[in-house]
Design a protein around this ligand. Structure first.
Ligand SMILES: *[C@@H]1O[C@H](CO)[C@@H](O)[C@H](O)[C@H]1NC(C)=O
Ligand SMILES: *[C@@H]1O[C@H](CO)[C@@H](O)[C@H](O)[C@H]1NC(C)=O
Ligand SMILES: *[C@@H]1O[C@H](CO)[C@@H](O)[C@H](O)[C@H]1NC(C)=O
Length: 155
């Protein structure tokens, strides 16, 4: 391999890493994986939450999608229509349970509280795995890398 192609390889590698790391790099989300069709539970450390008016669980995919909003004053739990049949929100400890997880449920989830200030109180990186246990996201780099290497060596 020439120096130029090594440099190109490093650049591509850096690009790939920064692309998968997304925009939450400075605040590492907890990783969770769930089997296709199963339920997933995401907790919040209750003691770390400042007083709030509303607590909102959100799915961050191509766009941000509200899953459930909890109003502290009225104790009202307001699930989004897209989730209402498969969401459980616990108003004692604010944990979120999503049932029947599908492939397109992979991604980042987070809870924020809105009050005097807005605080991120929990962040999860969720992957949905097939029953035979191959995570969709994890293997992608290993599929890409060998073919990239081969391409570089051939230059
Ligand atoms: C989420 O998990 C996937 C697979 O484990 C990983 O590739 C990705 O970088 C993670 N994303 C974040 C923002 O941590
Ligand atoms: C995100 O966008 C891609 C491509 O536009 C689409 O295939 C995918 O279904 C979208 N994901 C969600 C969760 O909407
Ligand atoms: C919150 O409550 C639910 C339902 O009782 C329970 O399953 C979960 O483990 C609790 N989470 C924490 C962090 O205590």
């Amino acid at each position: 391999m020439t120096l130029a192609s090594i440099h190109l390889l490093l650049t591509l590698t850096a690009l790939l890493i920064s692309k998968t790391a997304g925009s939450f790099a400075e605040n590492q989300p907890k990783s969770l994986s769930v089997k296709l069709g199963n339920s997933i539970q995401m907790d919040i450390n209750k003691n770390s939450i400042p007083p709030f008016d509303e607590l909102i669980w959100t799915f961050f995919s191509n766009y941000s999608k509200t899953i459930v909003t909890y109003h502290y004053e009225t104790k009202e739990i307001d699930p989004d229509t897209a989730y209402k049949d498969r969401v459980d929100f616990n108003d004692q400890n604010f944990s979120l349970t999503l049932k029947n997880m599908q492939k397109n449920d992979c991604g980042l989830y987070g809870a924020i509280t809105i009050g005097d200030r807005t605080t991120h109180v929990g962040e999860y990186n969720v992957s949905v795995v097939e029953n035979h246990g191959s995570p969709t996201a994890i293997f992608l780099p290993w599929i890409l890398f060998p073919s990239m290497l081969t391409a570089m060596i051939m230059i």
